[in-house]
Design a protein around this ligand. Structure first.
Ligand SMILES: *Cc1c(COP(=O)(O)O)cnc(C)c1O
Length: 236
């Protein structure tokens, strides 16, 4: 496919997604500005990924650190990169300078290792805690019950700003069935936010993918992570 064809397909899909996000916000009585889109470029070829910033995709997500490093190196600095997949501790050093937010912090050890690396660089980094709200064994993340124990630690961190929660719902034919997962994660966010010290911004909810983003928005998502709905058939 030549680039102009790809661009016109992407423009059309962006308009359709925008419509659907707007409709979901209206149903929930939320302003459209509450919801940011992270376009997930995993497996999308570099040449196609390069077309995205001029189309208005300025927040991009990758689930593999190496792929994020490669793409970040050849895209404009104006792109905000989000790591949405598992981060091994030996990859923190290379990843930290490149990312705007790490959505997938799934252990205390990782949280502490990021704090240490950020302190070394004298910078702050925004992260989210990944929550496994469906209890599926295949999924990473803190159990809902476990997350409440983290409050004292979250208040102690200096260089890591934990801004909220991230979750992945199970893939279900009827996305309506994902709603309880999203509701549970929103309630967990509200509960943790109340316990954190005043001034700790803890409002973010990264939830919703191609299959279920409208339900996620209705349940309070502030960041939706969308890949297939934009990039299906374009090499992703
Ligand atoms: C791939 C991926 C997405 C995007 O999923 P789509 O169904 O393609 O929209 C979102 N979040 C994570 C963590 C992913 O790995």
């Amino acid at each position: 496919m030549d680039p102009s064809q790809i661009v016109s397909i992407l423009r059309e899909r962006m308009a359709r997604v925008e419509q659907r996000i707007g409709d979901a916000c209206r149903r929930a009585g939320r302003p459209r500005s509450d919801v940011a889109v992270v376009a997930v470029t995993k497996k999308l070829p570099l040449e196609t990924t390069r077309l995205l910033p001029t189309l208005g995709f300025l927040q991009l997500g990758e689930n593999r650190p190496q792929e994020l490093w490669e793409k970040a190196a050849s895209l404009p600095k104006s792109v905000g990169w989000h790591l949405i997949g598992h981060l091994q501790r030996n990859k923190i050093e290379r990843t930290l300078p490149l990312v705007q937010c790490i959505h997938s912090v799934d252990s205390v050890r990782l949280l502490e290792a990021i704090e240490k690396e950020a302190a070394k660089r004298d910078r702050t980094v925004d992260v989210l805690l990944e929550v496994n709200a469906s209890g599926e064994k295949s999924k990473q993340g803190f159990a809902v019950a476990e997350a409440s124990d983290l409050v004292p630690l979250l208040d102690r961190l200096v260089h890591v700003r934990v801004r909220g929660l991230m979750t992945m719902a199970p893939f279900l034919a009827d996305p309506e069935e994902c709603r309880p997962v999203f509701t549970a994660v929103r309630k967990l966010r509200d509960k943790l936010r109340k316990r954190l010290s005043p001034g700790h911004e803890f409002g973010e909810l990264s939830m919703g993918m191609t299959n279920d983003f409208e339900v996620a928005i209705e349940e309070g998502a502030t960041l939706v992570r969308l890949g297939t709905v934009y990039f299906e058939g374009l090499g992703a």
